[in-house]
Design a protein around this ligand. Structure first.
Ligand code: ZN
Length: 238
């Protein structure tokens, strides 16, 4: 049969068969950023892994360049940078320390200087998205980084997400995810990346299993085994 003689219904069927893969890709958070650059930003070592370690592993597996940017290292500089490097390697990401060379705190620099550090990074990396702290966090350093990132949005458009308040010991803080990333396939890498921060957990007798619990609860909310929740400040659709 000549192609043009094919019944209309069969052409529609061919189109229909193409739809599921395209639709699945359109719903996929990692595939949205494949071949692009995403910055995961945290005030301190371990914040990023606790907040979005599973999402980072999924992004890097899908072909996204993920840069894990730590603003400051408050103590034990060499140890904590080494732990952060090990965690980044587990997640398939690059590590940057924005205030390198020794122990510093966010409050050691002025707000405009913190914005300047983030501006420099955004000009360099041209990210498609940034994942960082949110405004409801109880840690003032985390909120300062979120506010600086708000300012950096003026340089270029990028998708801007916030992850849950991160902490070693549980503190009740409001956070309402508006997006959920399925991390059922990367939960073990997330937990391994958190475990790489040996000085923060094992040596102080602190468990980090509550982050598996958060992921399980978020997953249950959306019908998958494990998920990470994100708030959305801005997302850009083409
Ligand atoms: Zn922190």
């Amino acid at each position: 049969m000549h192609v043009s003689d094919a019944p209309v219904g069969s052409r529609e069927l061919t189109t229909e068969r193409r739809k599921p893969a395209a639709a699945a890709a359109a719903r996929s958070f990692p595939l949205r950023y494949a071949g692009r650059t995403v910055i995961a930003l945290g005030a301190h070592p371990d914040d990023i892994e606790l907040g979005v370690g599973g999402s980072i592993a999924a992004l890097s597996a899908a072909g996204t360049r993920v840069v894990m940017a730590i603003c400051s290292v408050p103590a034990d500089y060499e140890t904590r940078v080494a732990e952060a490097g090990a965690a980044a390697a587990i997640l398939g990401a690059e590590l940057r320390v924005l205030m390198p060379g020794g122990c510093r705190r966010i409050e050691d620099i002025k707000t405009y200087q913190l914005v300047g550090l983030l501006d420099e990074m955004v000009r360099d990396l041209r990210p498609a998205a940034i994942l960082t702290h949110g405004p409801t966090d109880f840690h003032r350093d985390h909120v300062a980084v979120f506010n600086a990132c708000l300012s950096t949005q003026r340089l270029q458009p990028f998708d801007f997400y916030s992850y849950l308040p991160t902490m070693c010991r549980p503190v009740p803080v409001p956070f309402q995810p508006r997006a959920y990333i399925d991390i059922s396939g990367t939960i073990d890498r997330k937990m391994a990346a958190i475990a790489a921060h040996h000085s923060q957990f094992y040596s102080r007798g602190i468990t980090y299993e509550m982050y598996r619990d958060f992921a399980r609860i978020n997953g249950r909310m959306v019908g998958v085994e494990y998920a990470e929740g994100l708030d959305i400040s801005r997302i850009i659709f083409s």
